[in-house]
Design a protein around this ligand. Structure first.
Ligand code: PEP
Ligand code: MG
Length: 588
């Protein structure tokens, strides 16, 4: 039966494929296809893991002390029984054989099928057996983690000529760090039940340029394993088991957007200059040094935001040391060969915890309002040793190219003082150790209204500023950007947001300092003309957005845009004024 689920459009385009349901806690399980020649070996891994878990449980059983409650032995028996049950192991082997899923993916897929069956059981006792299957699968996954996996096939729609359908991922939630796994995975789109438009999960989806819908509340319950799914990333709709007519329509749109993309790609080497001759810098936002190649290919003139925190996530407490960080920053700097690379110091906290957590766990663990808590520069200043270590790594990388340091979420003048003290000490430590380092510009992110209001004072200390509109909107309007319940109130067009933006850009221009926007607004063509009209000449965005923004820049006349700015800023409905002004311009 066909059905539609509505959510929020976070990453454009259309994805059509079969649903792969993944429980949030298992999103980090590797998903890849095994080649034909590896299928038997992969099944061998699965059986080996099963045998090892059976042996582990049997030895647990024999070692049970006589006084242990007999329920424990009963649970172990249930688990052993499950490990011999066709419904788990044989069916998982089926996923490997028929779909060429790797062993971990196969058992997770089968778990989803079984979990649904248990959920639908009338009998409470049987329904609760779902937890047993989950525990057994966790053991299998742990065991598999210790075994060498098969070589990973290139991501794509499936094993080459077998005619397999592309796959889309459906989950309750996906942590930002898990999204990094997807960069190497097989999914061509994803849907989650929770999340907001500028949650970091959505941001990473955009950076991967794969269609995605978040906040599609019931999706992981309504969609079943293997359902055909269309993800309309423009409208924020997910269509489950569409009719042939609808499917055809979407296939047509998919082809159209591929053509449009190919057309825009031709702009790659065209300099971004407005009609009235104003050069505009289009920079890339990256998460890992490996993103550099794609950014250069898209025509990025450097990196405006390297979200360094992604190097720190999901490492089980083992954070990257100075040398490891240095290698990562240097790799990006070398890849950009003389173009600027702006490394933001870690922005851990809020919806980017160090370890994988759901939004609920986050709130539980870090208090009710993690977005207002110990995050970004506050976190770095609370860990001074680690902060200096990161600063040393960035300073060392600056010996290899043009590096800028960007400090996230500065709000207090005292924080500025502490940042520069830490920098001075980091430099001194490098001097003492005889390690080379280069000159760096130091900038602040303008992400809280306090920074925008005090822009003139901030610019006494910083060489440049970069406006993080995602947070600036969140903190100006008091809307948690990761909370889908208030996502409809998250409004980049809000007159208060526009005033703060304008104030910051004008202040920096007047002081002769660099200013860019690196939040999602920079890559959204709905705002290109407005930002140009405000005097912005540097935009940092996901590489995939660069060609579309460049096209808007090439067609814009910055003088005319700045003339209409007062009307937009004074209006109660700025987006409408802007829309009418653009229509008017098109007509003349
Ligand atoms: C922002 O807040 O706009 C920004 C670019 O930083 P992040 O999205 O990583 O918080
Ligand atoms: Mg931010």
């Amino acid at each position: 039966m066909s059905l539609q689920v509505f959510g929020m459009a976070v990453s454009r385009g259309v994805a059509i494929g079969r649903a792969v349901l993944v429980a949030s806690s298992r999103v980090d399980v590797a998903h890849y296809f095994v080649g034909d020649e590896r299928i038997e070996a992969e099944i061998g891994r699965l059986r080996q893991a099963r045998d090892a878990v059976v042996a582990e449980l049997e030895s647990l059983k024999t070692e049970l002390p006589p006084e242990a409650p007999h329920e424990i032995a009963a649970v172990l028996d249930v688990h052993l029984m499950l490990l011999h049950d066709e419904a788990l192991i044989a069916a998982s082997e089926g996923w490997v054989r028929e779909r060429r899923y790797n062993a971990e993916w196969a058992v997770s897929a089968q778990l989803e099928v079984l979990a649904r069956q248990f959920d639908e059981m009338e009998d409470l006792y049987l329904r609760e057996r779902r937890a047993d299957v989950e525990q057994v699968v966790e053991r299998l996954l742990r065991e598999l983690a210790g075994q060498p996996p098969a070589p990973v096939l290139a991501p794509g729609p499936g094993p080459g000529d077998s005619g397999e359908a592309p796959l889309v991922l459906v989950a309750n939630d996906v942590a930002p760090a898990d999204m990094l796994q997807f960069k190497r995975s097989v999914f061509t789109g994803f849907v989650t039940d929770v999340g907001g438009r500028t949650s970091h999960t959505a941001i990473v989806a955009r950076s991967m340029d794969i269609p995605a819908v978040v906040g599609a509340r019931e999706s992981s319950r309504l969609i079943r394993q293997d359902d055909w799914v269309v993800i309309d990333g423009d409208a924020g709709v997910v269509i489950v088991n569409p009719s042939n007519i609808v499917l055809e329509e979407y296939r047509f749109r998919q082809r159209q957007s591929q053509l449009e993309r190919a057309r825009l790609d031709r702009l790659r080497h065209t300099p971004a200059v407005t009609l009235d001759g104003e050069p505009v810098e289009l920079l890339a936002n990256i998460e890992l040094p490996g993103d550099a190649a794609g950014a250069l290919e898209a025509g990025a003139a450097g990196v405006g935001l390297f979200r360094s925190e992604f190097l720190f996530m999901n490492r089980g407490g083992d954070l990257p040391g100075e040398d490891e960080q240095f290698e990562a920053y240097r790799a990006a700097v070398l890849a950009f060969a003389g173009l600027p690379v702006t490394v933001r110091t870690v922005d851990i906290g809020a919806d980017k915890p160090l370890e994988r957590m759901s939004q609920q766990e986050l709130r539980h663990e870090h208090g009710l309002n993690p977005a207002l808590g110990l995050r970004a520069i506050r976190w770095s200043l609370s860990e001074p040793g680690m902060f200096r270590q990161q600063l040393r790594a960035i300073l060392r990388a600056s010996a290899y190219g043009q590096v800028r340091i960007l400090i996230p979420m500065v709000a207090q003048l005292r924080e500025i003082k502490l940042v520069f003290e830490a920098l001075a000490r980091a430099r001194q430590q490098l001097e003492d150790a005889g390690r080379p380092y280069g000159a760096v510009e130091v900038g602040a992110m303008v992400e809280v209204p306090a920074a925008a209001l005090l822009i003139d004072r901030f610019l006494r200390y910083f060489d440049f500023v970069s406006i993080g509109t995602n947070d600036l909107i969140q903190y100006t309007l008091a809307i948690d950007r990761a909370d889908d319940a208030v996502a409809h109130l998250y409004d980049p067009w809000h007159p208060a947001v526009l005033q703060l933006l304008h104030r910051t850009i004008a202040g920096a221009n007047a002081a002769g300092r660099g200013v860019s926007v690196c939040g999602e607004m920079a890559g959204d063509v709905a705002f290109t003309e407005l930002l140009l009209g405000m005097g912005l000449r540097s935009f940092s965005m996901h590489p995939a957005r660069i060609p579309s923004v460049k096209q808007r820049v090439l067609r814009a006349d910055s003088r005319k845009l700045s003339h209409m700015l007062p009307r937009v800023l004074e209006s109660d409905n700025p987006s409408e004024v802007m829309r009418l002004a653009m229509l008017d311009r098109l007509a003349h």
